[in-house]
Write a protein that binds this ligand. Structure first.
Ligand code: ZN
Length: 197
């Protein structure tokens, strides 16, 4: 079409979530028509983010600070720990402003189908946080799926020895993975409707 550079650009864009070949071509064309205004700043932002952003050692959130901005925030309630499947769920809860405590990102759920076992999840760091004390309640905001439920039960057994209150977000609320598409009111309701696990 217009040389290997354009083909490569479209090929890379088409791999992004929400993109296909058609939207990749549209995005590439839009950028190529204003390279200085659109492409150069984007390239710089991509490079900067790739170099600076890392998973937080404490909670698993993605941030250019260590610990992340949430873990470092003195205004957060450190006795309240919300366990989520992925960073996307954390972002959704933050956007909705419904959780005033800290988070812990598991990095997935147990899944026989996907071959995800306990060793693949960020659980050791979670237990270490409980070990160091100060946490009164762990909120499990995991998917209302079979894998989410399996993971919640499995976690409950591991959390029990620490004597903390463990709650689960409202059942029947489509949470986990799909958290991102929920409106803020639904998210807030889900978190308010948490009950003992
Ligand atoms: Zn953190």
């Amino acid at each position: 079409m217009g040389g290997p550079e354009i083909e490569r650009l479209i090929g890379l864009l088409a791999k992004l979530p929400g993109f296909g070949p058609r939207s990749a071509r549209r995005a590439a064309l839009r950028m190529l028509q204003q390279p200085e205004a659109r492409m150069v700043p984007l390239a710089a932002a991509l490079t900067d983010a790739a170099r600076a952003v890392q998973p937080c050692n404490q909670c698993g959130n993605l941030d250019s600070r260590e610990p992340c901005s949430i873990c470092a925030d003195p205004g957060r309630d450190r006795s309240l720990l919300c366990v989520v499947e992925g960073v996307g769920d954390l972002w959704a809860l933050e956007r909705a402003g419904v959780h005033r405590g800290l988070y812990h990102v598991l990095g997935g759920t147990l899944s026989a189908l996907a071959g995800t076992g306990p060793e693949d999840l960020n659980v050791a760091a979670l237990l270490a946080r409980l070990e160091s004390g100060g946490v009164a309640e762990v909120i499990l905001a995991l998917g209302a799926t079979v894998d989410g439920a399996t993971t919640a039960h499995w976690l409950l057994d591991r959390l029990r020895p620490f004597g903390v209150t463990v709650t689960r977000v409202g059942q029947g609320v489509p949470i986990g993975g799909a958290l991102d598409v929920l409106d803020d009111g639904t998210l807030a309701a889900a978190l308010r409707a948490r009950r003992p696990a």
